[in-house]
Write a protein that binds this ligand. Structure first.
Ligand code: PAF
Length: 284
């Protein structure tokens, strides 16, 4: 696997792959790769002939400078993971390569409605940073398909809407969340958890499932389902940021007639802010 750090080197590699008639699959990441990322690479291999990953810790999407500073950077281990899964090319740009005119002077992409509320409420500017960097990366890599984890459900919804609204010619593929044995969704942020907290963190999955069971049993008492879930999380030592039931497509608050719904949670445990979700089809 080649690692390239500049846009010109990236473009040369992509041009060669496209000239050879290859379908290009892209897995954008911020590094600190785990199995959750690797299944994105595997899926990209199934659907494409040339797989490109990127590692870029994007300052534009961090509203907390300390959070940006402590974000784990593990390039050598990440390269090894990617080699093990036969990734063809790694794009590893510097901040200057991505934002040569400076971050404040960078044109921004902003996606309305789906960016608002949930993580958008507690992380102001976060999704503008994500949609801006992802649209830049799409223009740099020019992939035929890009692969994202469903764990970041709101991020995936933002990227799908951006791609649709801006007529970007690529497929966006959502890939099922990879979980630890206790249900904890894999995330780079799990590194901030102690052994004990990791075990405790499985309660997020339990609470999501409890809400889902209530919905499947026909409950329309959304408020009570959510309140009980929050109380249970607090009892387990979490500080819930949100626990919400939303329409799975629009991410608007759920209504009694919605059939495709998603239950989303963000909760703080120790030093980690954990997010997760479960989608359910209530028509079945
Ligand atoms: O999910 C991530 O790791 C990041 O938000 C992404 C999509 C790579 C953009 O920086």
């Amino acid at each position: 696997m080649k690692t390239v750090e500049t846009l010109s080197a990236l473009r040369a590699e992509i041009k060669a792959a496209k000239n050879a008639g290859k379908r290009v699959g892209f897995v954008p990441t911020m590094g600190n790769l785990h199995e959750g990322h690797m299944i994105l690479v595997d899926q990209a291999h199934r659907e494409c002939d040339f797989v490109v990953a990127s590692i870029f810790v994007n300052p534009l999407q961090f509203n907390d400078i300390d959070d940006l500073g402590r974000y784990p950077r593990t390039l050598t281990a990440d390269q090894q993971h990617l080699v093990d899964r036969d990734c063809d090319l790694l794009f590893y740009p510097s901040v200057d390569e991505m934002y040569p005119e400076g971050q404040d002077n960078q044109s921004k992409v902003s996606v309305p409605v789906v960016s608002e509320g949930l993580c958008g409420a507690s992380r102001p500017g976060h999704f503008d940073g994500v949609s801006t960097v992802v649209s830049k990366l799409f223009n740099m890599v020019m992939p035929d398909a890009a692969f994202f984890g469903e764990k970041d459900y709101q991020q995936l919804a933002v990227i799908r809407k951006m791609t649709h609204d801006l007529n970007m010619a690529l497929d966006i593929v959502g890939v099922t969340t990879c979980r630890e044995d206790n249900g904890l969704a894999m995330s780079s942020r799990n590194n901030y958890l102690s052994e004990e907290e990791r075990a405790q963190a499985g309660h997020i999955w339990k609470e999501l499932n409890r809400v889902i069971d209530g919905l499947k049993a026909g409950s329309k008492n959304f408020f009570d389902l959510i309140q009980q879930g929050k109380i249970n999380l607090i009892k387990q030592g979490f500080k819930p940021d949100y626990l919400e039931i939303r329409n799975a497509q629009t991410l608007k608050p759920v209504t009694e007639s919605d059939e495709q719904v998603v239950v989303l949670v963000a909760a703080i445990l120790g030093k980690a802010r954990l997010i997760d979700n479960i989608r359910v089809d209530l028509s079945a």
